[in-house]
Each structure stands twice: as C-alpha cells, then as structure tokens.
Design a protein. Structure first.
Length: 27
C-alpha cells in the first residue's frame, strides 16, 4: 500500500492522530 493510500485509509477510519504519526515516520 502506498503512503498516500494509507493516509486516505487512516482518514476514512477517523484516525487523524495516527495519520499524523505515520506522516512523520514516512515523511
């Protein structure tokens, strides 16, 4: 899964904080 796809999935799941952490890890 791509980082963008993962970010979208996290957003759809309402896991905004998790998406932020993921962004920092892969950013």
């Amino acid at each position: 899964m791509t980082t963008l796809g993962f970010a979208i999935l996290a957003y759809l799941l309402g896991s905004i904080p998790f998406a932020v952490v993921t962004s920092k890890l892969f950013g």
